[in-house]
Write a protein that binds this ligand. Structure first.
Ligand SMILES: *Cc1c(COP(=O)(O)O)cnc(C)c1O
Length: 399
């Protein structure tokens, strides 16, 4: 007898729930900020990627309204069919200039950019090499591309070199996150560049979490490592994290961008983002350039958090970025910590498999330039109290 769709899905959901892996959407009643409101009350928020505090910045907000007054709401078509405006074009030019490349191309989101770029650059008969901890959108891009897909151990450049040496595909594309989204560490970009050069492989860096945050000017992890378009020909970054708006872009040579316009399906077959959003992003980019103190303050808070967490013996990972996960191991322990934090009015992301490997569940704490030192201290005190209660209770630390 056949099972109805809802019965089958009910069974699958209960398996997910029993494992403690059920995800729920929560609806917030206030803009992205260190203090967030829900119907249950106010929370101190350490779960946002709004690293520079621009998502609700007055200048960015008013650029969005002015943009809407000038351009209306929807773009009404894909970029190639009338959705592209001078506002989009100017944003692309400014982004390209900011990251020191000839041209840039906008995509509706980082997910779409990654799937579109990888699908355009490689095909059957080619090979693609990725860090095991790369973002899901890069993995999906590779799986959909029909190229042979190989993954190397996290940040293991020696293994990448071996895989490249043993491979004879026509074209080889190496892809890495610039900053790993669930670990916060920066990829060993210089070493990856060296191996790619030795083995004639192309390199793509996804700088979703480095853009706006790393490098002297905020141009990201690639600029921070002193690497140019010759070494990293394909640079992708998102606009919904440090820039505080939405969308993503790819930057590189004239040839790269021209080719993506022909062949990146997620660019060709998707409606352009509203021009008003492009206007807001242009303003956010100006704030990034005019207010370097936001970045400095952010890095200061990162140092403060790490010093305090180390002193309290919290399970820090080796990250110098605003992503500061606490590695808790098992899902039960993670949920206990998350709930205890919540009871104290603090929010951090509970990251479980399959987003991260089994046994590496973690509390993903993210800091932003909008937090105060006092708020970071409150977080540290609360975490230290949770840790010491756990020790007193003699709780096991799951592997
Ligand atoms: C968030 C993220 C993306 C996806 O970007 P969206 O604009 O949110 O779709 C891609 N890559 C990495 C590393 C990310 O963290």
């Amino acid at each position: 007898m056949s099972v109805s769709l809802d019965q089958e899905l009910g069974n699958r959901l209960s398996i997910i729930g029993t494992a403690g892996l059920r995800r729920v959407q929560e609806a917030w009643g206030s803009p992205q900020a260190p203090l967030r409101c829900t119907p249950q009350g106010e929370y101190l928020n350490f779960s946002s990627n709004d690293y520079l505090g621009l998502a609700n910045h007055p200048r960015v907000r008013s650029a969005l309204s002015r943009g809407a007054a000038r351009w209306g709401c929807g773009a009404g078509a894909a970029h190639l069919l009338g959705g592209h405006t001078t506002e989009h074009a100017e944003l692309e030019e400014e982004l390209a200039g900011f990251v020191g490349r000839q041209r840039a191309l906008l995509f509706g989101s980082g997910y779409l950019a990654n799937v579109g770029v990888i699908g355009a650059l490689v095909e059957r008969g080619d090979a693609i090499f990725q860090d095991r901890l790369n973002h899901a959108s890069l993995i999906d891009g590779a799986l959909g591309s029909r190229a042979v897909f190989k993954r190397y151990r996290h940040a293991d450049v020696a293994q990448l070199a071996e895989l490249l040496a043993a491979d004879s595909a026509r074209h080889r594309l190496v892809v890495t996150d610039g900053v790993f989204s669930m670990d916060g560490d920066v990829a060993p970009l210089e070493q990856i560049v060296t191996v790619c050069r030795q083995r004639d492989a192309w390199l793509m860096v996804d700088d979703a979490h480095g853009f706006g945050v790393l490098g002297d000017t905020g141009a990201g992890s690639v600029a921070g490592a002193g690497l140019s378009v010759n070494e990293v020909p394909v640079l992708m970054a998102t606009l919904g994290k440090a820039l505080g708006t939405a969308g993503a872009f790819v930057a590189g040579s004239d040839a790269l961008i021209d080719y993506l316009i022909q062949r990146a399906r997620t660019f060709v077959y998707s409606t352009a983002a509203p021009a008003a959003v492009a206007a807001a992003t242009r303003e956010a980019l100006r704030v990034v350039q005019e207010e370097p103190q936001r970045r400095e303050r952010l890095h200061e808070l990162v140092r403060r958090f790490r010093a305090g967490a180390a002193q309290a013996g919290l399970p820090l990972l080796p990250s110098s970025t605003p992503i500061q996960p606490l590695l808790l191991g098992g899902v039960e322990r993670l949920l206990a910590w998350r709930d205890a934090l919540r009871e104290a009015g603090i929010l951090a992301g509970a990251i479980r498999p399959p987003t991260v490997p089994r046994g590496t569940a973690r509390l993903r704490i993210t800091l932003t330039a909008a937090h105060t030192a006092g708020q970071v201290d409150r977080l540290l005190e609360t975490l230290a109290a949770i840790a010491s209660r756990e020790t007193t209770a003699g709780a096991q630390v799951p592997a």
